[in-house]
Write a protein that binds this ligand. Structure first.
Ligand code: G3H
Ligand code: 13P
Ligand code: ZN
Length: 314
């Protein structure tokens, strides 16, 4: 059992499902992002999932991230779940359980169904023995995840005919599905109408009553920050995200976890570009990083209040 103070998602998801809201799962790469997320959650009195990807661990070193998230938990007293995002092997899931993660994603969604079942079931057996919960995925989102690019032609929606067998044979605790979200800042082509496939979500939840569903690739890519990037030396033309009213609708249905990374990256990048552009002589990182941290906090608060509906739940 974990010695660290993190909670699993079991209670969070049970209440979120019943209450028609979703828990935010925010990706952490450094201290300012962690503080932006947890300061927002504290002000919103919101339970929160902080997730770390394998490439974030390569960047920052897992021990640094775990210790900083542990410090955030002590500082805020929040129920925090520490989750592995897009774990790609049994070994990485086992490794992070050793660090005290309370939730792992095994993402074998690019593998054939039987292989996905096999590795997922192996992770579930190990994780459950250690008091840790498991998320897995069926279907394939377009976009960039953990340095792997999935092209639109290789993406495909989740097939509702597969979900019962997958959940029953693996014993997972939550299921990520593909209904039209995608990773990164370029989710839809300009001129197309972004539309999530609520019919698939409904069909999945009919077949898995009461079971928590997860949405990846759910950033809304705020035009305000895209503009800030582009007006300050950046170039992100045609960055388009998921309309927030559609995410709110998903949160009121069976979706209990919504993953947000790109929106925080965009706030951080836009803030830095603007600040440094307007203050060319500043070279104290505390000055520009605190602006970025404040803006990340604002983004996360906005998600909690207007998209996830998870405020005042603790
Ligand atoms: O889905 C992927 C997340 O946005 C994490 O991205 O692997 O670049 O840390 P990353
Ligand atoms: P976005 O790129 O839409 O923020 O998605 C993040 C995600 O799904 C992390 O797993
Ligand atoms: Zn993802």
């Amino acid at each position: 059992m974990s010695q660290l103070p993190f909670v699993t998602t079991t209670e969070m998801f049970r209440k979120a499902y019943e209450g028609g809201y979703a828990i935010g799962a925010f990706n952490a790469n450094n201290m300012e992002i962690i503080q932006g997320i947890t300061d927002a959650a504290k002000e919103c009195r919101a339970p929160v999932i902080i997730q770390v990807s394998p490439s974030a661990m390569r960047y920052a070193n897992a021990t640094y991230l775990v210790k900083m998230i542990e410090a955030a938990e002590k500082e805020t007293g929040l129920p925090i779940c520490l989750h592995l995002d897009h774990g790609d092997s049994f070994e990485v899931c086992k490794e992070v359980i050793g660090y005290g993660f309370t939730s792992v994603m095994i993402d074998a969604s690019s593998k054939p169904f039987e292989e996905n079942v096999e590795v997922t079931r192996k992770v579930v057996e190990y994780a459950h023995d250690h008091g840790v919960v498991v998320e897995a995925e069926l279907g394939a989102l377009a976009g960039v995840e953990d340095e792997v690019v999935v092209s639109e032609e290789h993406s495909h929606y989740t097939d509702p005919n597969e979900v019962e067998e997958f959940v029953h044979r693996t014993g997972i605790d939550s299921l990520a599905i593909a209904i039209g979200t995608s990773h990164g800042a370029y989710k839809f082509k300009p001129g197309t109408k972004p539309q999530l496939r609520f019919d698939i979500l409904e069909e999945v939840s009919k077949r898995l009553p009461g079971f928590p569903i997860v949405l990846h690739g759910a950033s809304s890519v705020d035009p305000h920050y895209v503009q800030m990037v582009n007006e300050n030396g950046g170039s992100m033309p045609d960055a388009i995200g998921i309309p927030e009213d559609q995410l709110r609708k998903a949160a009121s249905m069976a979706v209990c976890k919504i993953n947000i990374d790109s929106d925080m990256r965009l706030a951080l990048t836009g803030s830095l570009r603007k600040y440094l552009n307007e203050n060319p002589s500043v070279f104290d990182p505390r000055k520009y990083m605190s602006v970025a941290r404040d803006n990340i906090k604002d983004v996360v608060k906005h998600k909690m209040i207007d998209v996830l509906g998870c405020t005042d739940k603790i």
